[in-house]
Write a protein that binds this ligand. Structure first.
Ligand SMILES: NC(=O)c1ccc[n+]([C@@H]2O[C@H](COP(=O)([O-])OP(=O)(O)OC[C@H]3O[C@@H](n4cnc5c(N)ncnc54)[C@H](OP(=O)(O)O)[C@@H]3O)[C@@H](O)[C@H]2O)c1
Length: 204
């Protein structure tokens, strides 16, 4: 797949590494393509993968958003026309909402004509870099109204090394999926379990 990653920090950088390893064509769309942080990632994936946001989006069918939620309005403006492209929202509204919207997913579905899905938000970036515990792959989760966007997110979760990508439900479950992410943060940080913990669904 041709994928643009907007936000090349912890989450975007980890997914870039995994998807390039899986053979996808990745471009990083950045406000400052040659920032210090990006140069560190560029030594791993190549400087040629870094460009501006609008070019990365034009060249791609799938776009991952992995930035602070409040940056979304700036990003929507810079992306240009995203009609019929698949937008994957990996953000979590931990502190500041992208007001007047509850989440980035809601801003994207309201302000663009893209096919939007929420995914890759529910675990720490360390688990994206290494989704295997004692030989068992951990799970990913997604939510949203668009079936094709969900199929794409499912495939990209498998390609990133997750065991399965569970469907949390439609757009009305997006907020629940953010709260699920907060449950991981609660266990890892507030309850002191550390970030080397992960969710996997077991079924009888
Ligand atoms: N950290 C985790 O383990 C984790 C896990 C799941 C989900 N999340 C969520 O994923 C999102 C990203 O988290 P992160 O830890 O990857 O953050 P991060 O390491 O701080 O990276 C954020 C990225 O967003 C870019 N950015 C900020 N404002 C932008 C703008 N206006 N236009 C374009 N790019 C912009 C930053 O670029 P500059 O460096 O140039 O500013 C940076 O590349 C957050 O919503 C977070 O809640 C985080």
């Amino acid at each position: 797949m041709k994928i643009a990653i907007i936000g090349s920090g912890n989450v975007g950088g980890a997914l870039a590494l995994q998807w390039i390893k899986a053979g996808h064509h990745v471009l990083i769309g950045a406000k400052f393509p040659l920032s210090e942080k990006n140069i560190r990632l560029a030594t791993k994936i190549g400087e040629d993968k870094f460009t501006n946001i609008s070019f990365a989006v034009k060249q791609s069918d799938v776009i991952l958003i992995a930035t602070p939620p409040t940056a979304i309005f700036d990003i929507i403006e810079q992306m240009g026309d995203v009609s019929n492209k698949i937008l994957i929202d990996a953000t979590n509204t931990v502190r500041h909402k992208p007001a007047p919207y509850e989440t980035v997913y809601h801003a994207l579905t309201d302000k663009t004509a893209a096919n939007v899905v929420k995914c890759f938000n529910s675990t720490g970036y360390e688990n994206i870099l290494n989704p295997v515990y004692d030989g068992e792959k951990i799970d990913m989760f997604m939510a949203g109204d668009h079936a094709e966007a969900k199929q794409t997110a499912y495939q990209l979760a498998i390609d990133a090394g997750f065991g399965y990508c569970w469907d949390f439900g439609k757009g009305n479950k997006v907020l629940l999926l953010e709260q699920f992410a907060l449950s991981w943060i609660n266990l890892a940080t507030m309850q002191g379990q550390g970030r080397a913990i992960a969710f996997r669904v077991v079924k009888r």
